[in-house]
Ligand binder design. Structure first.
Ligand SMILES: Cc1ncc(COP(=O)(O)O)c(C=O)c1O
Length: 371
């Protein structure tokens, strides 16, 4: 059996003609930078996220950096972030000159441990990551932020369409930051990212920050980079967006099949959250036998993988934060135990059942071996 992690052909089913036509038109028009295609996607994605504004940028990493800058981050500001996120979340903080204040993960949700967050002092920002597609408890997080007078920037790179208390992620903080990297639930055909916000001033600043500091051409009022969403990517994203909820629903169905099929085995899973809210960017299974199970699945053609084998505080790039092994035990355990099973909206029940069977097969062999 061969189970892929991504299927781009399926993502374009029914829309490839429209996309090719729109791209062809854009290519011949010469209107390659910003303009109506980007505006249209931004309007659609803002509406999807229940926010007033969306500002397209060139990656999720830049979305985070620019969101912090637009919110007035200053060198030395203390920004709480979980120790078990992707490298880029913390890189964005460091690249603004701010200081990441790492928080361990919660053993059930695999998200920022809000009890631990509540014990920290003097925070300027809190940067929750809705990791693997599960929304953070934003009521509690905003309450803690309020006690500190801290601003909240959401990393939604893995959680397009995930919800907390009925509202989409990205709509709670000052800015919600998305990646549209080809691996994501809403995937561009290359690098792309976006910020959403309800704040008109932040919206204006973000538009200048992505566009060399210009409000008008040749009037550069702040020092800023070039980080604009590409027109061709905006066409791809806009064409895929209407399918996103249906795709997320199918991811949940596959995840439910995995949970039922694997119950009884010595494995555990990320908490599910309120029904219908997790968007399963990744389906994570935790086991002490992670590496052996991974090899067994790969040997059968099942494209499982590990996200992320090294927690933030043990990455060489973050040695300057001064942490050591043992500082964030839950993040370290997750780095040792988590394995991602392939999950795709176009995955058939037979493929999902084949994965379940392969995991059972591995554990039967493993226990037979031990006996
Ligand atoms: C949690 C998280 N934050 C930030 C990023 C950075 O996004 P990008 O790769 O588009 O720069 C990613 C994805 O790659 C991510 O998964």
């Amino acid at each position: 059996m061969n189970v892929k992690r991504y299927n781009y052909e399926a993502q374009f089913a029914g829309i490839s003609g429209t996309v090719e036509q729109a791209i062809g038109k854009a290519l011949l028009s010469g209107n390659y930078i910003l303009g109506t295609d980007v505006d249209s996607f931004e309007a659609d994605f803002a509406a999807y996220c229940d926010t007033r504004y969306c500002i397209g940028v060139n990656s999720g990493t830049d979305a985070l950096i620019l969101a912090l800058q637009a919110s007035g981050v200053a060198p030395g500001n203390r920004i709480a972030v979980q120790a078990n996120t992707f490298f880029a979340t913390v890189a964005a903080i460091c690249l603004t000159g701010a200081t990441p204040v790492l928080v361990d993960a919660c053993p059930e949700t695999f998200l920022m441990d809000l009890d631990k967050l509540a014990t920290l002092d003097a925070l300027d920002f809190i940067l929750p990551v809705h990791l693997f597609g599960l929304a953070t408890d934003m009521d509690r997080l905003l309450e803690i932020a309020g006690q500190h007078g801290a601003q909240v920037i959401e990393d939604c790179a893995q959680a397009h369409g995930a919800r907390w208390a009925g509202r989409p992620v990205g709509s709670f903080g000052r800015v919600g930051c998305f990646s549209f990297h080809p691996s994501k639930n809403l995937a561009a055909a290359g690098d792309a990212g976006g910020c959403v916000t309800g704040d008109a001033t932040v919206d204006q600043r973000l538009r200048m920050l992505r566009h060399l500091g210009q409000a008008e051409q040749n009037d550069h009022t702040i020092v800023a980079r070039n980080s604009r969403l590409d027109v061709l990517q905006s066409i791809v994203l806009r064409a895929k967006l209407p399918s996103l909820d249906e795709w997320n629903q199918r991811r949940r169905e596959i995840a439910a099949r995995f949970r039922v099929g694997l119950s009884g085995l010595p494995v555990s899973f990320q908490a599910e959250g309120e029904p219908g809210t997790h968007v399963y960017h990744l389906f994570q299974l935790a086991t002490d036998n992670r590496d052996a199970l991974l090899n067994a699945l790969l040997a059968q053609g099942i494209d499982a993988t590990v996200r992320y084998p090294v927690p933030i505080h043990l990455q060489p790039a973050y040695a300057h934060l001064g942490h050591a092994k043992g500082d964030f035990p839950v993040a370290e355990r997750l780095a040792r135990q988590l394995l991602c099973l392939p999950i795709r909206p176009d995955m058939s029940d037979a493929e999902a059942d084949g994965i379940v069977e392969a995991v059972h097969h591995y554990f039967e062999g493993a226990s037979g071996h031990a006996a």
